[in-house]
Design a protein around this ligand. Structure first.
Ligand code: FE2
Ligand code: FE2
Length: 274
């Protein structure tokens, strides 16, 4: 595969950033870059379909090739094998918008999901759930539906928290009528022969008969991985919905003694050793 050196160096943040990387980090960055390029080429050649998804065993075999676990929250790892950067301190009384700008950024995925929810006429509770549904991935990844709901629960409508908690489960189960297919991305990240664990199956059974089934289902319908890289999305169009439905604590997120305040503080100071 031909490497466009300029594009590669730019993808790492420029020549100075590359110069500061040690040999191993550079090698890892190059490998990630080539993988991405390859995925893109394959997808372009085959109308979005990579030719071969890994197996569960292949994915497991990669575990000991990394210095971190796949479940590590985004604020704790560097991008593409680079060292982490100094983090901008949060203001004294941080708001949701501050966390979006300083910790969840670029947040393209959730902003695009919420933008789609707005365009498709979802309720404000669902639109808010779409906006927040994956933010907790900055903190932790396994069971992100449950963690995400817990993080936001003290501040948002019950329906939005329900939708966030259970979108994770419904992502594994297609619903033709609702217009939701099993995502190719999951064949790639879990393996094509993956079956969700029993607790996810049990949760799905519970949800199928739940009066609020459609709340998390609509989050999955708006939860797309096919992003338009040129789309400019910001949090501004959601200011009113946040204002109406997000109970911003006057002390700031992290300092209001809510059941999830410590989670906000951990996001604020991920460099703390204890
Ligand atoms: Fe998610
Ligand atoms: Fe998502």
């Amino acid at each position: 595969m031909e490497i466009d050196r300029r594009a590669f160096i730019a993808s790492l943040g420029g020549a100075a950033a590359v110069a500061a990387m040690d040999h191993e980090a550079k090698a890892e960055a190059l490998e990630h870059y080539m993988e991405d390029q390859l995925d893109q080429q394959v997808a372009a050649n085959q109308g979005g379909q990579p030719d071969k998804f890994p197996t569960v065993a292949e994915i497991e075999a990669q575990i000991e090739t990394r210095p971190f676990r796949r479940g590590t929250g985004g604020v704790f790892t560097g991008q593409r094998g680079q060292n982490v950067k100094k983090i901008t301190p949060m203001p004294d009384k941080p708001t949701l918008k501050d966390f979006f700008e300083l910790r969840f950024a670029p947040a393209n995925h959730v902003l695009q999901s919420a933008t789609r929810a707005l365009k498709t006429g979802m309720s404000e509770e669902i639109t808010l759930a779409c906006l927040l549904h994956d933010c907790v991935l900055s903190l932790i990844k396994p069971d992100h539906g449950w963690w995400g709901a817990q993080l936001f629960e003290p501040y948002i409508p019950e329906k939005s928290a329900f939708a966030i908690r259970y979108h994770q489960t419904l992502r594994f189960f297609p619903d033709e009528q609702a217009g939701y297919e099993y995502p190719d991305q999951y064949y790639r990240i879990f393996g094509h022969d993956y079956t969700p664990p029993q607790y996810i199956q049990d949760t799905y059974k519970m949800l199928k008969n739940h009066k609020w089934y459609m709340e998390p289902r609509l989050v999955t319908v708006n939860d797309l991985y096919a992003f338009d890289p040129n789309a400019k999305v910001t949090i501004e169009p959601f200011t009113d919905i946040i204002g109406r439905h997000f109970k911003q604590p006057k002390e700031g997120l992290g300092y209001d003694n809510s059941p999830s305040a410590h989670m906000w503080r951990t996001l604020a100071r991920p460099d703390n050793p204890l």
